[in-house]
Structure formats: C-alpha cells, structure tokens
Design a protein around this ligand. Structure first.
Ligand code: ADP
Ligand code: MG
Length: 245
C-alpha cells in the first residue's frame, strides 16, 4: 500500500503561492527527493506533510489514513520521523545517552527522567547506533564528535521512534560534500533494507541523483517534472529552468 500520498497541497503566504497543487506518492522503502531552486516551496511542502503548516487546500494520507493537519507529535506516534538538528541533542551527554533519551522520549516519559536515562534502554540504543555505524563511539560525549558523525547519531535518534516514513528537509546542511554523500548513502541503505520511505531535499545534486529512486522537481510552487533520476536529468524543462543548461 502507498505509504504517503499528498494530493493537491496548496499554501499561500500573502500574495505568494508557495505551493500550488502539489501531489505525489511515496512507497515503503523508497527514497523520494524533492529538488528545486531556493524559494521553490520545498520546505513549505515538507511542513504541510509534517503537520507544522496547515494547507489552504489538499490532503495528506499515511497508509490510507487521512492525516491532514495532524500535529507533529501525533504524526510521530503514527510512524512519521524527521531529521533532528544538532541543537536538539545534548552535547555533554554521551552518544549512547542521547539515543537512550530519544527512546525514552518516544515512550512519552517526561524530561525529569533524563537523569535515569543512563540506566535505561542501553542495549536498544546500542543496536540503533550499530545501524548507523556509530556503536564504537557510544561512550564518547557527543560534543566531541565530527559533524558528520553527529549527523549519524541524529539519524539513530530519528530511528528511535521506529518510523515507517522519514521526512528530511536538507539533512546534510552544513556538511562537506564527501560527508553528504556518505550520509545519504547510509540513509538510502537503511531505507531499502528496512522498508522505510524517505522524503528528502538535498542541495548536492550528485547525492540526489545517486540515491533517489524518484525525483520531484518543484519550481515556484509547482511540480514541473518527476520521475527516475535518468528521466529527470534528461528532461529539457528541468535543464532549462533548474539546472541552468
Ligand atoms: P524552499 O524550501 O524550496 O527554499 P520555501 O518553501 O521555504 O522554499 O518557500 C517558498 C516561498 O514561500 C518563498 O517565496 C518563501 O519566501 C515563502 N515563504 C515560506 N515560508 C513563509 C512564511 N512563513 N511566511 C511568508 N512567506 C513564506
Ligand atoms: Mg527549504
């Protein structure tokens, strides 16, 4: 069954139509990239799917269930995860401690229990770190890690909620190109093996074309092209409007 469907998502900000009838579907295990110039409406679309923005029109369904306007916390319980930011991790805590806290948060316990985090869920947290190749660094403070490794831990934190859909709006922002490619390769491997659907944006076109199964090209709030990386790369409209060729 289709994991995520967006139908006719539309959002206006004053006179700007940030998204205009955006429709797409995402299957389990699929890497779907949304690309387009700055201001194209990518984040607006993400935020409507992720429940942070209320669409003016359109519908979002998750495995057939209408989730339009469902708040992020409720979406999380339905299996929608998102990429986290560095600021949301706790730099003085260990790598494994951060993941244990994420596991606890997903059990809807309170932040007052953070002091107990070290004793809880260590094995589960280590298993998550193993999935992102970070188990060997479990007991280092997260603040000591290289930026690319922090991003891997953040992926483990996103996986702590056992998502079936991951929303990643520019997950590699601030990373060096080689680190970007490595993180996207990691995400793609996990998505395919574990049948998690991933909707992502990424500025590095090499990573997009290497790791997306399908690509949506958004320009001024509208999808102007969609298809496999090969089809999108060859599309004359994409070359003219977006790739500047
Ligand atoms: P992208 O993520 O593709 O760069 P955005 O979705 O952030 O594009 O923005 C699409 C358009 O909507 C832009 O013209 C932007 O200025 C406008 N926009 C986005 N968010 C807001 C907002 N909260 N208020 C007003 N205008 C916004
Ligand atoms: Mg954006």
């Amino acid at each position: 069954m289709t994991l995520l469907a967006a139908e006719g998502l539309t959002k206006r900000f004053g006179g700007v139509v940030a998204a205009n009838g955006v429709s797409f579907a995402l299957e389990p295990g699929e890497m779907l990239a949304m690309i387009g110039p700055n201001g194209a409406g990518k984040s607006t679309t993400f935020n409507m799917v992720g429940g942070q923005l209320r669409p003016d029109a359109g519908r979002v369904t998750l495995a057939g269930q209408d989730v339009t306007n469902t708040p992020p916390r409720a979406l999380c319980r339905l299996g929608v995860g998102r990429s986290f930011q560095v600021a949301q991790t706790f730099l003085s805590f260990t790598v494994v401690g951060n993941v244990q806290m994420a596991l606890i948060a997903h059990q809807r316990q309170t932040r007052q229990m953070l002091s107990d985090a070290a004793a809880l869920h260590r094995d589960a947290a280590l298993a998550l770190l193993d999935r992102v190749g970070m188990a060997a660094q479990a007991d280092r403070p997260i603040g000591e890690l290289a930026y690319g490794d922090v991003k891997r831990v953040e992926l483990a934190i996103a996986l702590a909620g056992a998502p079936r859909l991951l929303l990643m709006d520019e997950p590699t922002a601030g990373m060096a190109p080689s680190e970007r490619a490595a993180l996207m390769a990691l995400v793609a491997g996990i998505a395919r093996r574990e049948r998690i659907g991933v909707l992502f944006t990424e500025h590095d076109m090499d990573s997009v074309f290497a790791h997306a199964d399908r690509i949506l090209v958004l320009v001024r709030g509208e999808i102007i092209a969609r298809g496999s990386p090969e089809d999108v790369r060859a599309d004359p409209e994409v070359q003219r409007v977006y790739l500047g060729q």
